[in-house]
Structure formats: C-alpha cells, structure tokens
Design a protein around this ligand. Structure first.
Ligand SMILES: Cc1cc2nc3c(=O)[nH]c(=O)nc-3n(C[C@H](O)[C@H](O)[C@H](O)COP(=O)(O)OP(=O)(O)OC[C@H]3O[C@@H](n4cnc5c(N)ncnc54)[C@H](O)[C@@H]3O)c2cc1C
Length: 457
C-alpha cells in the first residue's frame, strides 16, 4: 500500500492548467459548445476546504458544480453558481498489486494514471480516445472505449467516497449504501462530489495495433463477428466514401517486445496528418464543399496503414488538437448493421460538406443504472462536426435514426433527449431519480442540463 499525491502541475505532460474562467468570468468547455458565468470559482487544496465550501453553499442555498477537464460537449458542467475544480486534489491514494484495486482522488486526470500504476505492474483495463478528463468526470458521464470484453470506467468502479450536498461523507460500494453506489457510478454530477474512487485495475499489458483502410461493405457485414474476435475493434467512415479506416487492437503480455512508433512516425502520422491534416481537411472542406468527397477519400486512406505495439494507454489514447463537437449514441449490438446503413444514408444525404468521420465502437454489457451499455452489448455511433461549422442540422438529420433504434445518448455528448425520453431507455431511471431526491433534495448540484435530462426533483 502506498500513497502518491500529484500537484496540479506535476508530471511530464502536466502543462500548467489554463484558468477556469476567462477575464470576463466566462467558463467554456473544450468543444466550445457550452459556456456559463459562474458566480464564484474555487480550487480547494484540501478535502476539508472542499467540504467547508459545500457546507456553506448548502447553508446559504447556493448551487455548486464540480468541473473536471471540461471535456463534455453538453452543458453538464455549466453553472451560474459556484464552479469548483478539484485539480489540486489529485493522486493515487491506495494500490493493492495483488487484487488490482486502485484508489484515486476524484480530481485525478486520467493521463496521470498509467504512469502512476506502472511501478505496481497495473493498468486501466480499457480507455477512451483521450485521457485529458478527470477520473470523476469520466465516471460521471459513462466514458468508454471499445471492446466487447470490456466496460467503460463505471463498470470498473468498486467503491466511492462521496461528499453529499450537506457535506456528509459516505463510502459506498455494492455492499455499503448499494443504491447510493449505483446512482454514483454514472452520477451525472447530480449525486454528490466524488472525493475518492476505487477501480478494479488489471495486470499491465501491451497492445498490438493494426490500422488500415478496408472496403466498407466488408466491415459492415463482419463488424459484429469481428468485434468478438478482436479485443478492441473500431472503425471510422468518411461521408461519400466506400472505405472503413479500421483499428484492430490486440492485448499481449506486458513483457513482449514492443514496436512503438518512432518519434518521427508519431509526429508525422498523429500530429501532422492526424491533427494538422484533419484541421486542413476541415478548413479546405469549409472553403470548397464540393471537394469534400475527394478530400474524404484521401483522408480515409491516409488515416492509417501501419502496425505497432506499445504500453496499453499509448495505443488507446491519441492527441486531439482540432476542436470539434460530438454526438454519440449506443444501440443494441445486434442492430448494428441495420442502423449503420440508415445512418450512412442520412449522412450521405447531408450534402457533401461533412469532413469529420463517423466513429463506430462497442462495449460489453454492464450492470450500472445509467451507463449507455447498461444491460446490453452495445454498438456506438459517434458523429463529429468541426468546431467552426454548425453541428445542429447534421446531428438533427441522424439523431432520429439512433433514437428510433432505442439508442442511449452519451451523457457528455450533444443530444436532444429529455427526462421522459430517457426514462424509456433506462429501466433504472426512476431509481436514480429517487436516490438523487434523497441525497440532494434542494438541487444544490442542479443545472439546466440536469433539469432537462433528469428533471427538477
Ligand atoms: C476530444 C474528446 C474526446 C473524447 N473521447 C471520448 C471517448 O473516447 N469515450 C467517451 O466515452 N467519451 C469521450 N469524450 C467525452 C468525455 O470523456 C466525457 O464528457 C467526460 O465526462 C469528460 O470528463 P471531464 O473530466 O472533462 O468532465 P467534465 O466535462 O468537466 O464534467 C462532466 C461531469 O462530471 C461531473 N464531475 C466532475 N468531477 C466530479 C466529481 N469529483 N464528483 C462528481 N461529479 C464530478 C461534472 O459536474 C459534470 O457533471 C471525449 C471528449 C472530448 C472533448
């Protein structure tokens, strides 16, 4: 057992955190799709300071919102009350190398976790596309990666230490306060402040990545079956192309010899082509929309034709420097092919200016209340739009298809569903609302997003 704290600036990639609000007092999310003007901004340096803030707000009937990395595309983290960042409350608090149970402070950024676990021979079992989130923020929205044998972070969660609206601190797990634990697993920031979370981690592993373009029709027909054979399969499809840019990642023991990308390859493929190239593609597509089909064909082939292997997090995660907006829905896996064909027709029907690809992933069923893969194996459809373009008509053209398929929207990505809609796709939705009403009857953690997706009380 060992405790390792991180300061907000600690670590190789720990560039100084940008200010939470600009000089006009405005907070904005990464995707520039949500903003608010908090009445106050706090960065407590100790848990006692945080609890004092919560108790004062509770006494005075003020609203508060904890923000993680601000990487949700919805206004889930927006508030006109007090905005609290836990960037000064990061760290690994407990590690048990035998059981693989790992405890982290809620504010810990995901990118710090893999380095911190390496000395113990442990790793996160799966990860999403980026690691800029806080672990509590990632849990709050049901963040996931790809792979039918795996769940999102909330499926890995074993217990939480949580501060409720009145400042009470409880430890909740499947054994203790089980309903509070269930509500907090994908808690939407509505249940309380996650002070510390304990995750089931796994022995460290290497991932061998194969990336190449292949005929789209073959991918559509074989995706479900191949998702059962490949540990982590995903593909990207660009509008008006017949290609799938495929990523097939297989897990290997940590000790196998690795073939990581050289620094030059990384700079060329991920930074120059992946980020710079994508930005150029988007700007060119905006200037000359009729050139987009040709640009997209180029992008689908240029996106990757390579094989390499590395520590798991270095394969799962990629830098994302070109800002965009995203909508993502999870549908039952067995409906993937039918839904994909409908989505493809709708996207191709949106003129010719869509430069960002549709991303398709999977997750295994989990037993969370509000996780997008709760109770069912899921296929994810993610649609993106360059930040300088209007995402509304594009998302509106596709969202009805995903909703009609019984889709569940990612809680941190743009969607139009409200509480009655969501109650129809989540069997435990009313349980979540009941627990929320018990622990935050005054709506101290409420905001406009929660009013829409969960209701006012
Ligand atoms: C470029 C990019 C790539 C992405 N890739 C993926 C992906 O691959 N897979 C995926 O599933 N998602 C992905 N997302 C979405 C992202 O993972 C989620 O929106 C996630 O919630 C963001 O975490 P955050 O720390 O930024 O949280 P924020 O957006 O800051 O907050 C989200 C919610 O968490 C709550 N919260 C934060 N800290 C706490 C706390 N300590 N206690 C209680 N509640 C808290 C907030 O109040 C809010 O309700 C991506 C987003 C971006 C911008």
């Amino acid at each position: 057992m060992k405790t390792t704290g991180f300061s907000a600036q600690h670590g190789q990639r720990g560039a100084k955190q940008p200010a939470l609000v600009d000089r006009h007092g405005v907070w904005r999310n990464w995707g520039r799709s949500a903003q608010s003007r908090p009445s106050g901004v706090e960065q407590p340096g100790t848990e006692d300071q945080l609890l004092a803030l919560l108790r004062a707000a509770h006494r005075e009937g003020r609203r508060v919102k904890v923000v993680g990395g601000g990487h949700s595309f919805t206004d889930i983290a927006a508030t006109d009350g007090t905005l609290i960042s836990l960037d000064r409350l990061q760290g690994l608090t407990r590690v048990d190398p035998v059981s693989g149970l790992v405890s982290l402070l809620g504010g810990t950024r995901v990118w710090r976790i893999s380095d911190a676990l390496e000395p113990y021979g442990l790793a996160l079992a799966n990860m999403g596309d980026i690691d800029r989130q806080s672990i509590a923020g990632a849990l709050a929205t049901g963040t996931h990666g790809t792979g039918l044998g795996f769940t999102g972070y909330s499926g890995m969660l074993r217990s939480v230490r949580i501060a409720l609206a009145d400042g009470t601190v409880l430890t909740a797990s499947a054994q203790h306060h089980p309903e509070l634990f269930q509500a907090a697993r994908v808690g939407l920031g509505a249940i309380g402040v996650l002070l510390e979370v304990t995750l089931q981690c796994v022995p460290a592993f290497t991932v061998s990545a194969a990336e190449h373009p292949e005929p789209l029709e073959h991918m559509i027909e074989s995706f479900v079956q191949r998702s059962r054979e490949v540990d982590h399969l995903e593909f990207y499809w660009f509008q008006h192309t017949q290609l799938a840019a495929t990523k097939s990642n297989m897990r290997q023991e940590a000790g196998v010899s690795r073939r990581p990308l050289t620094r030059r390859q990384h700079l060329l493929d991920d930074e120059l082509l992946g980020n710079g190239g994508l930005r150029l593609l988007c700007e060119a597509g905006r200037a000359i929309p009729r050139a987009v089909p040709a640009l997209n064909r180029f992008a689908a082939t240029a996106m990757g034709d390579r094989q390499y292997s590395d520590r798991s997090d270095r394969i799962f995660v990629s830098p994302r420097r070109t800002r965009f907006r995203e909508m993502e829905y999870a549908v039952p896996l067995e409906d993937f092919e039918e839904v994909f064909r409908e989505v493809m027709a709708a996207v191709n029907g949106c003129g010719s200016g869509i430069t960002f690809p549709v991303e398709v992933r999977t997750a295994g069923a989990d037993d969370t209340w509000l996780g997008t893969a709760s109770g069912r194996e899921s296929a994810y459809f993610a649609l993106h739009r360059f930040v300088k373009e209007d995402h509304v008509p594009f998302f509106a053209a596709v969202e009805p298809i995903l909703r009609a398929a019984g889709g569940r929207p990612h809680w941190g990505k743009i969607h139009t569903m409200d509480a009655p809609d969501l109650a129809r796709v989540y069997p435990r939705f009313e349980d979540f609302r009941r627990v929320r009403a018990q622990v935050d009857p005054g709506g101290m953690f409420a905001n406009a997003y929660l009013d829409r997706v969960v209701g006012r009380g």
